[in-house]
Design a protein around this ligand. Structure first.
Ligand code: 3PY
Ligand code: MG
Length: 263
């Protein structure tokens, strides 16, 4: 089976830089996959992407060096199993608040006896190789999103889930629940200590600590803080910013920091 390069990167103590796709386009996916990201995630929760588009995006990513990941809409096993069959080499599951939810999520990613994944590897075989069914349990990456007050309180028990590779903080949702305002780079004291708590528990349990960021500079700060998996903004934010910069430069104006998209 094709090895999951992300597991190698983690074992070598290097950070994973992950691209994020919200625009339903195999062409964008192909472009992003060729930019040097270690992984690129197709977002089925907040992105404008349905399964048919996700399939073509995973196919496009297969032709690039980036490891294809999917953020699913929730912890329902049917969609988790479908994106794995479509060739995702890892799943990011939002809104994991309890160890039971974490177990349900990981179990859907693992063939028996470790889990309940149903057999029908489809594109997994094409991307991973003929022996995919024998090694998929070892290679597929599982990241549970911590973005609720309850998830934060249960961080220890969630990290103890067998087969869970790590957690990925959703800072917008987490700050919304902790402080009343969604802000990915919130400096509210409750957010700062929540983030420190997650990083320190991941370090103790030797699990991946991941987080969504709003820029490359913000991602560099998170790596310095101890995160091993960072997403330096998504395609929509990057497209908006690049456009604003080009327009401002052409007009000889100052580059605005936020645009119509709110990013
Ligand atoms: C959040 O910040 O809540 C996210 O889910 C990022 O994708
Ligand atoms: Mg979120």
């Amino acid at each position: 089976m094709r090895l999951n390069n992300l597991k190698t990167i983690v074992s070598e103590n290097r950070p994973i830089i992950n691209g994020w796709l919200a625009i339903p386009s195999s062409y964008s996916a192909e472009i992003m996959g060729h930019q040097g990201y270690d992984a690129v995630t197709v977002d089925l929760q907040h992105g404008m992407i349905d399964f048919a588009s996700a399939l073509t995006m995973l196919q496009a990513l297969s032709a690039t060096p980036a490891v294809p990941l999917v953020r699913v809409a929730d912890d329902s096993p049917a969609q988790i199993m479908q994106v794995l069959d479509a060739g995702a080499y890892g799943v990011i599951c939002p809104m994991i608040s309890t160890p039971e939810q974490a177990r349900r999520f990981v179990s859907a990613c693992r063939y028996p006896p470790q889990g309940i994944r149903s057999f029908g590897p489809a594109r997994g075989l094409l991307y991973g190789g003929a022996d995919y069914p024998h090694h998929a349990n070892r290679e597929i990456l599982t990241l549970a999103m911590i973005e609720t007050r309850e998830g934060l309180a249960n961080i220890d028990a969630i990290l103890e889930t067998d087969g869970l590779d790590g957690v990925f903080i959703g800072p917008n949702d987490l700050s919304l629940t902790l402080t009343g305002a969604a802000s990915a780079e919130s400096t509210h004291p409750e957010m700062l200590s929540a983030i420190e708590l997650v990083v320190s528990h991941c370090r103790l349990k030797q699990k991946i600590a991941g987080i969504f960021c709003t820029s490359g500079a913000a991602a560099a700060n998170r790596i310095a803080q101890g995160f091993q998996f960072v997403t330096p903004a998504n395609d929509v934010m990057q497209l908006g910013r690049a456009s604003r910069e080009a327009i401002a430069l052409a007009r000889g104006n100052e580059i605005p920091t936020t645009g119509a998209s709110g990013y």
